[in-house]
Design a protein around this ligand. Structure first.
Ligand code: ZN
Length: 142
């Protein structure tokens, strides 16, 4: 089985993957006006400044919407996949792969569910965020 699709890491998003490598979910922040934004970009959509930094997110959020991906095949992944748009508590929205939930049925993911980030270590050079239901994270730690 081939590995997952690897992100293209460039100047605008290097901070993000440097964060995932050490277990930090980072959000781009405008150093000029303080606005948080995701996905990252070179300049602030609010004030136009190019002075960008980042903050570390709590790693928790709420499902805004989701889908269950059945096809086509995704390299390095077993289908179906549950993909959500998660509203982080800091106020930005991210695309999130959710694991540990059945793809269908009454126990499947629901809008409004609380999620907590976890880490999928692919290899020495790449760690990707994955998300679990917050309640499941609690149970896992018992
Ligand atoms: Zn700004």
């Amino acid at each position: 089985m081939s590995g997952p699709v690897r992100p293209v890491i460039a100047r605008d998003n290097a901070y993000f993957f440097a964060g995932t490598a050490i277990g930090e979910l980072r959000i781009q922040k405008c150093n000029a006006c303080g606005e948080l934004r995701h996905p990252p970009g070179p300049s602030c959509p609010d004030c136009g400044a190019f002075d960008r930094g980042w903050v570390v997110a709590a790693g928790t959020g709420t499902v805004f919407s989701y889908l269950v991906h059945h096809a086509p095949q995704v390299p390095g992944k077993q289908l179906p996949l549950v993909i959500a748009l998660v509203d982080l508590d800091e106020g930005v929205r991210m695309v999130a792969e959710v694991i540990g939930v059945p793809p269908e049925g009454p126990d499947g993911l629901a809008i409004g569910d609380r999620l907590t980030v976890d880490w999928n270590v692919i290899d020495d050079d790449l760690t990707l965020p994955i998300w679990r239901r917050t309640e499941a994270v609690g149970k896992r730690n018992v």
